[in-house]
Design a protein around this ligand. Structure first.
Ligand code: PMP
Length: 404
């Protein structure tokens, strides 16, 4: 019998909410018009697009909906923010980012470095917290842009964006401040007219908040100097060529509305599940560490390292029980590359390879946690039996095992 699916990989993507599917339906059926067309029938489609813009703006505490640009994903939003800022400000060539960004920022930074831009990668400590002093020291007269994520996708560690953006503007108001909020939208309150008033650009994606894959948004503060990234027609007020994906944009708006309206209840639910799993796994399994547990973290994310075994082995075994989780390692061209995030945190060798991420959503239940607690300790025990670093008889690491 196929086991019941236990989906605890919500930082990778989320299930589309039934309310979102319902909101999108009319725009696949009768209301398929191009929102830029002149005839009366297209006006309804255009109205829906503009209503979605208002809803999305409101959900992140921005009063002016004209500041929302719809994109295809957070990767596009990040590219638009960073490359658009560079195109608009050719005089400056220094960019500040962190050492733990998502590849959709990190890879741009590396590419810009190859093109001769100077990039400062602000380090994090062993809990994944950003080094604020080093951030302050990195601000320079020729700094064009800061791009620092709000919450980390692997560990859930939250960065003090309010403080970092304020420090940036106090140093030089013309430095643009961008944050990738893909993991925080829908999980943390975002107030762009309030606490985040110094943030110029904020990216996020639909599929992390129970909207479909293939839609995202970029908040661009009025007056922020950025040039279009996607050249083409005059859609999105001349800021992005390409006919808007109205059904998905309507879905994104409904998802943002649901998340904002139920934020407190949802945070309570996911945090209760996460905290229980975190606490009980540490009791049931010896030699584990919770990555980032000393830092402020997203309420839904648990990144736990099980010393002396490989993350991939655990994932395969969890999968056999219908449990969908993910690891901090990425399999690159046949070799197992440990996560750049955990490496930046100086997570010890024996733990960097044995990390598993569980990330919850509103659809998880206590029964999901029960199942993980039931099967995971046995999986770990069996894999440790195969580990060259583990002494089965003593049920502890061998004396020659690398230091945890
Ligand atoms: N930034 C972060 C922090 C993410 O977690 C992700 C998705 N894993 C992205 C950007 C990219 O999102 P998308 O898939 O919508 O391009």
């Amino acid at each position: 019998m196929t086991p019941r699916t236990i989906y605890v990989d919500n930082n990778a993507t989320t299930a589309v909410a039934p309310e979102v599917v319902e909101a999108m339906q009319p725009f696949f059926k009768g209301e398929y018009f191009n929102p830029s067309s002149m005839y009366e029938r297209a006006r309804g489609t255009n109205d829906a697009l503009e209503q979605a813009r208002r809803t999305v703006a409101r959900s992140i505490g921005a009063s002016d909906p004209g500041q929302i640009l719809f994109t295809s994903c957070a990767t596009e939003s990040n590219n638009t923010a960073i490359l658009g800022a560079i195109r608009a400000n050719p005089g400056r060539r220094h960019i500040i980012t962190s050492s733990v960004e998502h590849p959709s920022v990190h890879e741009i930074a590396k590419d810009l470095e190859r093109q001769g831009f100077e990039i400062t990668y602000v380090p994090v400590d062993n809990q994944g917290r950003i080094d604020v002093r080093s951030f302050i020291r990195s601000l320079r007269a020729d700094t064009l842009l800061v791009s620092i994520m709000h919450a980390n996708n692997e560990t859930g560690v939250i960065f003090p964006i309010e403080q970092l953006s304020r420090l940036t503007k106090e140093t030089d108001p013309s430095i643009l401040f961008h944050t990738d909020a893909t993991q925080s939208v829908g999980k943390l309150e975002i107030q762009l007219d309030g606490r985040f008033k110094h943030v110029d650009l904020l990216s996020f994606s639909g599929h992390k908040v129970h909207a479909p894959k293939g839609v995202g948004a970029l908040f661009i503060r009025k007056g922020a100097r950025i040039r279009p990234f996607m050249l083409g027609g005059h859609q999105e007020n001349g800021r992005r060529g390409g006919t808007e994906n109205v059904p998905y944009i309507v879905g994104l708006a409904r998802a943002c509305e649901l998340a904002a309206d139920n934020l407190e209840a949802e945070v309570t639910t996911v945090q209760r599940l996460r905290d229980r799993l975190e606490k009980e796994l540490q009791v049931l399994i010896p030699h584990v560490q919770v990555n980032g547990d000393g830092a402020a973290r997203l309420p839904n994310t648990l990144n736990i390292s099980i010393h002396y075994i490989e993350g991939e082995g655990m994932l395969y075994q969890l999968d056999a029980h219908g449990i969908c989780a993910s690891s901090g390692s990425a399999c690159t061209s046949g070799s197992l590359e440990p996560s750049h995030v955990l490496r930046a945190m100086n997570v010890p060798f024996t733990a960097v390879h044995g990390s598993v991420r569980f990330s919850f959503s509103r659809y998880n239940t206590e029964a999901d946690v029960d199942k993980i607690l039931e099967v995971f300790p046995g999986i770990v025990e069996n894999l440790r039996k195969l580990s060259p670093y583990w002494d089965v008889k003593a049920a502890s690491p061998r004396p020659d095992a690398p230091k945890a």
